[in-house]
Design a binder for this molecule. Structure first.
Ligand SMILES: [Zn+2]
Length: 345
């Protein structure tokens, strides 16, 4: 590593904060062994899994014998419109009801696959249900934001291996979405252009951090990545929300999303733990929100096959994240990873 680039603060223009690049230990290339822990044998259907077709959940509700992706309202939700209407204003105990709806999306009836192991058609079905859910939830005037995401992997606390994601539709805009929206608006006011369009153009010009791309989307590890394999998928044209994708863009999105998660799995020949966030414009129709540029952010917590990235003291308590690997190096590894899943080779 070139030492002039180490111990460097890199500006994150979306979150408007510094990220510290401290690549003090250069990693040896990985030897290529398969990690057994990520590949435990699971049955295709598990009667003990509350996400499998035909299973009765703890709430007493029975899942239909679904064949395509299936959505239901979480029985143990973090937000609800049934929240008691308590508004306390004691200066040290201010409260408001936590309004919202939490949905669970089963990606497929098959218990023992992951999104990366599913076909492109299967992923397209998932994108279709994301769009339908976004549209329906976003039309509710009490909902101001719809956050679509997937938590994947035991190491980030997902106990059920059944491929599934979640949607939190909330009566408020989550902090990071709000910060990004403010950044888009501020950049437009200062430069007369879109932040994401300029960022994509910059990354394409630099090329070192591009992972893959197609006619409509670019996947890259940003200059200011906070996590080793933090990757963005960004549409080349300004699109505020997933529901604004054309048919062609929807297919192009499915292709690049699929390519990227297959590459993640192929990095260490393991089902790669990951948090996937689809950042859409807040759902209330107004001119401000139209400045939001849709993008998907992936935050894999791995830094090597046996090493997780934890937010330790300085990061948890100080608030600035330290990235131990140069984004250019991580992008290079990801770019070279195959787009054919290791299980199917
Ligand atoms: Zn299951």
């Amino acid at each position: 590593m070139n030492n002039t680039e180490n111990w460097e603060k890199r500006w994150h223009p979306l979150l408007q904060e510094w990220v510290i690049l401290a690549a003090t230990t250069s990693e040896r290339p990985w030897s290529g062994e398969t990690l057994a822990s990520g590949d435990a044998t699971e049955p295709e259907w598990d009667p003990g899994c509350y996400l499998c077709p035909g299973v009765t959940r703890a709430s007493g509700n029975k899942n239909p014998h679904y064949k395509k992706p299936f959505a239901f309202t979480n029985d143990f939700a973090s937000f609800s419109f049934e929240a008691p209407d308590v508004n306390r204003n004691d200066p040290f105990e201010i409260t408001r009801p936590a309004h919202g709806i939490c949905r669970v999306i089963c990606f497929t009836p098959r218990h023992n696959v992951t999104l990366a192991e599913m076909s492109l058609e299967g992923l397209l079905d998932v994108i279709t249900i994301w769009k339908e859910e976004f549209l329906e939830l976003g039309n509710n005037p009490s909902i101001h934001n719809v956050l679509i995401f997937e938590n994947k992997g035991k190491v980030i606390g997902v106990s059920n291996p059944h491929p599934h994601g979640q949607i939190y539709a909330t009566g408020f805009i989550p902090k990071i979405v709000q910060r990004e929206l403010d950044s888009f608006i501020e950049y437009k006011a200062n430069h007369g252009r879109g932040l994401m369009e300029d960022l994509v153009e910059h990354e394409l010009r630099k090329s070192a951090r591009i992972v893959c791309s197609n006619e409509h989307f670019v996947a890259f590890i940003p200059f200011f990545a906070r996590f080793v394999y933090e990757t963005y998928i960004v549409p080349r044209r300004h699109i505020a929300r997933i529901t604004d994708f054309s048919t062609e863009e929807t297919i192009a999105y499915a292709e690049i999303h699929h390519q990227l998660i297959v590459k993640f799995d192929n990095l260490y020949n393991m089902s790669f733990p990951n948090i996937t966030m689809l950042h859409n414009a807040p759902t209330e129709e107004n001119e401000r929100n139209e400045n939001f540029h849709f993008h998907t952010e992936f935050y894999p917590p791995m830094r090597s096959p046996d090493k997780l990235k934890y937010l330790a003291g300085f990061e948890s308590g100080g608030g600035n994240i330290i990235n131990p690997v140069k984004p250019e190096e991580a992008a290079d590894r990801l770019r070279q990873a195959s787009t054919i899943h290791y299980k199917y080779r």
